[in-house]
Write a protein that binds this ligand. Structure first.
Ligand code: KG4
Ligand code: ZN
Length: 344
């Protein structure tokens, strides 16, 4: 099955052509960072206007790159939520129009489900269930038990900031450009991760929830303190990054102590972080659980993961091109009724 994927939930205008949830024939992404950088964060109105300007060309670009036409497609997959409403609407409206005009099946998928299955793109490995997903992006940080491509249970979530948000805010305090995550990682390369003992939040015993507000406040206090003047910024960045990694791995360890998992997936924009990936590979060897991490181009927002998850989920995400609406708060789990209606 060959699907065109369209992803516009945030600030990346992305299109892709994916065969059988695996083979990526084209993966186009136009990053809008330059337009948002001067505001220090994403401006929703600018993001949706840029999507409008860029999306049609990005769809044509993907088809041209794969040397395919609309006649070759078996369907269109689009991110229906969660995300910024204006941004989502641009992708959803285009997908609906194309599906209607070309009489193609339309699939409306959850952006976060796409992230969870991203490691299996361009990869012979297949997920083994139950799978434990650590989803860390700019808007979400959660631990998910995945029993199949349609059965998800959130077993831990952040009580305040998402991991990416903590990276972005701390990077900003350090005077780094937006987006902060990659810039902070770069600065941390020459720093000492043990220079400053930032707090590692350990929520009430047994809980798999995450929290980054204490760490973020500690980092802000330190950066604003007189001590900062005599500390290398690289040391602050490396110490902060090490604390985030510790918190994330601590939760993974708790999760595998509480229940059995056949593999672990690390995904979302923060999964692109090199030291986090290295720490997780190490953790994987210690705990004897295989870990799957997508290559960088599939970690951050992309449309290949959207086409792939639509293929895996099938009829449960089939949508009507006349009535589909974008949903910024799209529920993460399917209802039992939905699951039963599409069983088998
Ligand atoms: O998944 P994503 O592309 O967009 C959302 O759906 O949120 O994630 C973007 C987030 C940003 O907060 C960005 O700073 C963070 O991922 N990020 C990183 C790195 N690359 C991206 N955080 C830490 N280290 C990185 N290398
Ligand atoms: Zn994302």
């Amino acid at each position: 099955m060959l699907l065109l994927g369209i992803e516009t939930s945030c600030d990346d205008t992305a299109t892709a052509l994916v065969a059988d949830a695996k083979r990526v024939l084209a993966n186009i992404s136009t990053n809008q960072d330059a337009f948002h950088a001067r505001y220090g964060g994403i401006v929703p109105e600018i993001a949706s206007r840029r999507h409008l300007d860029l999306l049609s060309a990005a769809i044509e670009h993907a088809l041209r790159e794969a040397k395919l036409g609309f006649v070759d497609l078996d369907g269109i997959a689009v991110t229906a939520g969660p995300g910024l409403i204006g941004s989502l609407l641009v992708g959803v409206a285009s997908a609906k129009a194309l599906a209607y005009a070309r009489r193609l099946p339309l699939y409306a998928v959850n952006h976060l489900h796409g992230h969870i299955f991203a490691p299996f793109l361009e990869n012979d490995a297949e997920p083994s269930y139950p799978l434990l997903a650590l989803l860390v992006s700019g808007g979400h940080s959660q631990l998910v038990r995945v029993a199949s491509p349609t059965r998800f249970t959130i077993i831990g979530r952040t009580r305040d900031d998402a991991a990416g948000e903590a990276f972005d805010k701390t990077a900003r305090l350090l005077g780094l450009p937006f987006p902060g995550g990659p810039a902070l990682e770069q600065l941390a390369r020459t720093g000492n991760p043990k220079a400053i003992p930032f707090p590692r939040h350990r929520a009430d015993h047994g809980s798999l929830d995450l929290s980054f507000s204490g760490l973020k406040t500690a980092a802000r206090r330190f950066i604003e303190s007189p001590q900062a003047a005599t500390t290398l910024p690289a040391d602050i960045a490396a110490s902060f990054q090490a604390a985030v990694i510790d918190v994330l791995l601590n939760r993974l360890t708790r999760a595998v102590e509480q229940s059995e998992y056949r593999c672990v997936v690390l995904s979302g924009g923060v999964a692109a972080n090199g030291p986090l990936q290295a720490a997780l590979q190490n953790w994987s060897q210690r705990h004897q659980i295989p870990v799957h991490i997508p290559p960088r181009r599939f970690c951050t927002d992309n449309a290949a993961m959207i086409a792939a998850i639509a293929d895996r989920q099938g009829s449960i995400v089939r949508a009507d091109p006349l009535t589909l609406t974008a949903n910024p708060q799209l529920p993460f789990t399917f209802s039992e009724e939905q699951l039963l209606a599409h069983a088998g």
